[in-house]
Design a protein around this ligand. Structure first.
Ligand SMILES: Cc1cc2nc3c(=O)[nH]c(=O)nc-3n(C[C@H](O)[C@H](O)[C@H](O)COP(=O)(O)O)c2cc1C
Length: 442
């Protein structure tokens, strides 16, 4: 006999939905937490929740085919003797050799070089291929110190001190054993094939004063030539930005919770850190309070996909953006072409659930030499260059429509928000009103 009433269909719980139930069963069956790549998959307020107003009677647009809209950006103008100049404010974020194949790193370098922008190393050090193929290469200095050496500091064009990442503020790196090949093991001074969990904090720091000392050491090693960036995950952007500036950073890199990772616990990715949109205004406020806006440059990352996202980040006060996931997609990652093979791995193209696994059919997030060979770095580099060009043109189109002759002239006044949440986070009015919730402090 059924106890269910015959008038309404069975109703599933919004709290205990199908995915949650499956995850409880998975945990019960295996006894281990889930590790995966990519950033948060839940929907959080994002650039999609903002719109540009464009010019009308009160603003004067620029003509697309005649009037110039500059896209260049100079990074590191505060202290570095050799600041870097990029043709587009879209940079390639730090992704490690280890997480990525040598061919993938080469493709990123080639694409960025064609587009006139920079690439970044990652946990595990610098490879000769990426140095060789990247006109402008930023060298990451991480808590793990894997692959760190003074020679590579000197042959970099800028140095990025990594304090944290948006996917896991407060957490360290992770590279599973199946990706630790002889070469990766050798560069990191680790045994082959054993899971590597790298440090979540720098071994010789106990607080912000130590960051100041470290930056001074890095400047001395590199003769004050290289711009020094400080990268933080989106957690307390106002104070983190202010402290990075106080410690002597030339550039602050701020990575929100949509920011990708090669491998981290799912619970971490989904529950720690703030959305990218919520990070920008507090960081810009900190720079303005210190009279350092545009003097110390701000690079924003975490979920940047299009020229519209770039334009919105810049309008909110960023100087440049960095892309990780989108760059990997542009060079061929998670392409539906490989769907059959993704299915065999228990995932599907576009789910990015294979990055930690080392068996990437596209040859990008793998150290398997046979799989890595599938990626042609020259063709993949060209795809990346095309994508960067399209994003730059898109951002320029929007800027011209707002009457701006440089992307950096975009401003919060060009934007409205579609939701109350986005309005509060981005500190721009809700569309059709002049109302900004919570205005008056952070
Ligand atoms: C495959 C992969 C590897 C990464 N490795 C590193 C790393 O070694 N160091 C680091 O600071 N961030 C690392 N990140 C994070 C990126 O630098 C960047 O913060 C993030 O990808 C930006 O967000 P997006 O992927 O949405 O563009 C990695 C990201 C990915 C996707």
């Amino acid at each position: 006999m059924s106890y269910h009433n015959p008038y309404t269909p069975p109703r599933k719980s919004a709290t205990f939905d199908d995915y949650t139930l499956a995850e409880i069963r998975r945990a019960a069956a295996t006894g281990i937490y889930d590790i995966r790549g990519a950033g948060t998959k839940r929907k959080v307020p994002h650039f999609d929740d903002l719109l540009f107003l464009g010019a009308s009677i009160s603003r004067y647009p620029l003509e697309g085919y005649r009037e110039k809209c500059d896209t260049t950006v100079v990074l590191g103008s505060r202290f570095a003797k050799k600041p870097i100049t990029l043709k587009t404010p879209i940079t390639i974020a730090g992704m490690s050799f280890g997480a990525l194949s040598g061919n993938a790193k080469e493709a990123l370098g080639r694409g960025a070089t064609i587009a006139g922008t920079s690439t970044t190393t990652g946990d595990g050090g610098m490879t000769d291929e990426e140095r060789g193929h990247s006109q402008t290469l930023v060298y990451q200095y991480l808590p793990s110190r894997y692959g760190m050496n003074p020679r590579d500091l000197r042959r970099a064009d800028a140095i990025e001190v990594v304090v944290g990442q948006g996917a896991k503020p407060g957490g360290g790196g992770m590279l599973l054993g199946q990706k630790i090949s002889d070469r990766v093991a050798n560069m990191r001074n680790l045994p082959k094939g054993i899971d590597q969990r790298s440090a979540c904090r720098h071994p010789d720091w106990t607080g912000p004063d130590d960051l100041e000392i470290k930056i001074m050491e890095l400047r001395e090693i590199t003769d004050w030539e290289k711009p020094i960036y400080v990268k933080v995950g989106g957690a307390r952007p106002y104070y983190d930005t202010a402290l990075a500036v106080k410690a002597g950073a030339d550039v602050v890199v701020l990575d929100g919770m949509q920011g990708g990772t090669a491998a981290t616990q799912d619970v971490f990715i989904e529950n720690v850190g703030m959305p990218t949109l919520a990070c920008i205004r507090p960081a810009v406020q900190a720079l303005q309070d210190l009279d350092m806006h545009r003097k110390v440059q701000l690079i924003i990352s975490g979920g940047i996909r299009s020229g519209a996202d770039v334009a919105k980040a810049l309008a909110l006060g960023a100087d440049a953006v960095a892309i990780g996931t989108a760059a990997l997609v542009a060079i061929g990652d998670n392409d539906p072409h490989w769907e059959e093979e993704y299915q065999k791995l228990g995932t599907t193209a576009g789910a990015y659930d294979d990055w930690h696994d080392g068996k990437d059919p596209a040859g990008i997030t793998t150290q398997d030499p046979e799989l890595a060979k599938r990626l042609d770095p020259v063709a993949a580099g060209r795809r990346l260059a095309n994508y960067l060009k399209v994003m730059t043109l898109e951002a320029q189109t929007i800027a011209r429509a707002c009457g701006k002759n440089h992307l950096h002239n975009l401003e919060p006044e060009d934007l409205v928000a579609l939701t109350i949440e986005a309005s509060a986070m981005a500190q721009v009015p809700l569309a059709g009103t002049n109302w900004i919730p919570g205005k008056g402090g952070f």
